[in-house]
Unconditional design. Sequence first.
Length: 158
Amino acid sequence: MFRRTFMGAAAALAFAMPLKAQAADIVDTAVAAGSFNTLVAAVQAAGLVDTLKGEGPFTVFAPTDEAFAALPEGTVETLLKPENRDQLVAILTYHVVPAKVMSGDIAGKRAKVLTVQGDRLSVNAKNGVKVNDAKVVQADIEASNGVIHVVDAVILPE
């Protein structure tokens, strides 16, 4: 119900906007893609929508709905509860780098990148791109305030 209401509101907002071309921000880009419903619901539950609609720039390693579904049963539902908001915020902000990093910027390199959460992600772009143990399956989805790289797993802080 929540997801349908949110998606309906987002669609209504999109149709109400003027026809003038506008670049979408990270959140609107994720909503429009249609494969990040769980991520968008989690971002909303964590109170991070305004942050990710902010000026940025941000790099978001965005897990797909399938990546969230691969977590142990009940994990997503537990994280979405209000009493677990701090844990949810920590997990989500671990997927965000406070800079715009395109795939060409790191091609052929390895790096430890600082996340908004405060810990570092291990990025290996020597043969494809891996972020910790998650594989980047689609790179460089540009948004007005950064870039999204789609990953095949939820990346958990160590």
